[in-house]
Design a protein around this ligand. Structure first.
Ligand SMILES: C[S@@+](CC[C@H](N)C(=O)[O-])C[C@H]1O[C@@H](n2cnc3c(N)ncnc32)[C@H](O)[C@@H]1O
Length: 255
């Protein structure tokens, strides 16, 4: 091995020993079928979020089967489903959905410019086929007011928002020191920002549209309570991750 390579390898091992995330050292995070570019300024996508993206894909398949079988919805067959990903970060959910489903339009909404830049890099390297993805710089807690043109249009609103309680600093240095604070902390209980996002999702969804939100293993009940307090999001149900812990909650906008 050339001296320069072994020296670089030793340097990387030392950075990892000091708990720099492996994904920052390799520059890559694996997520479903994608290899996403990540580094300082963006949240490293997690395996449990793959399930959330999977739930979006299941709903898209069901929508397309419905359009295929129901002759009264012939027009719907031509209509492309529209997904909004609030708090899109590296673009993990948006890009998975668009690369794994044939003809879908996805809008990713991200407030932090550093994170948005990573998602734009990831978009450049993805083959989208007939799907489209757009990432915009907006605050997901006020998007319905900023973009009234989006209201009532989304078939699915998906979000992996910041949901860690402000006082619960994560123990792992990889998370506490390297994931951006804006990606982690969701307010006093952790559910303050998710609550604001739920009220935006309610406005963005079309009647019958599906809302999907990731949360911590302790927040399933809190998420369902927030949804029950809305005017139109109903049938809230919580789903578990690969370890059997509560991980995301779904609800449907009343038709
Ligand atoms: C937990 S990360 C999720 C990123 C990505 N969706 C994923 O699953 O890997 C939350 C993201 O929300 C962004 N964010 C935080 N507050 C926001 C807000 N008010 N509006 C839009 N994005 C926000 C953060 O910058 C971060 O990229």
């Amino acid at each position: 091995m050339p001296e320069s390579v072994s020296a670089r390898f030793a340097e990387l091992c030392d950075q990892r020993r000091r708990r720099t995330p492996l994904q920052h050292l390799t520059g890559i995070a694996h997520f479903r079928h994608l290899q996403l570019q990540v580094g300082p300024g963006v949240f490293v996508p997690r395996p449990e979020t793959e399930l959330l993206a999977g739930a979006v894909l299941t709903e898209l398949s069901e929508l397309s089967e419905l359009a295929d079988t129901d002759s009264t919805t012939k027009n719907d067959k031509a209509r492309r489903p529209f997904v909004i990903d609030l708090c899109s970060g590296s673009g993990a959910i948006s890009l998975s959905v668009a690369t794994e489903f044939d003809r879908v339009d996805v809008l990713g909404v991200e407030r932090e410019s550093a994170a948005l830049e990573w998602s734009l890099k990831n978009l450049e390297q993805c083959r989208l086929g007939e799907s489209t993805v757009e990432f915009i710089s907006e605050d997901a807690t006020t998007i319905a007011k900023a973009r009234p043109d989006l209201c009532g249009r989304a078939d699915i609103v998906v979000t992996n928002p910041p949901y860690v309680p402000d006082s619960a600093v994560p123990r792992d240095p990889e998370v506490a020191e390297h994931d951006p604070a804006a990606a982690l902390y969701g307010g006093d209980s952790g559910l303050e920002i998710p609550g604001l996002i739920i009220s935006q999702a309610e406005q963005l969804l079309r009647p019958g549209g599906l809302f999907l939100m990731e949360h911590s293993e302790e927040q399933g009940e809190g998420a369902r309570e927030l949804l029950a307090a809305t005017a139109s999001l109903r049938h809230a149900a919580t789903f578990q991750d690969y370890t059997g812990r509560d991980r995301y909650t779904a609800a449907r906008r009343e038709a």
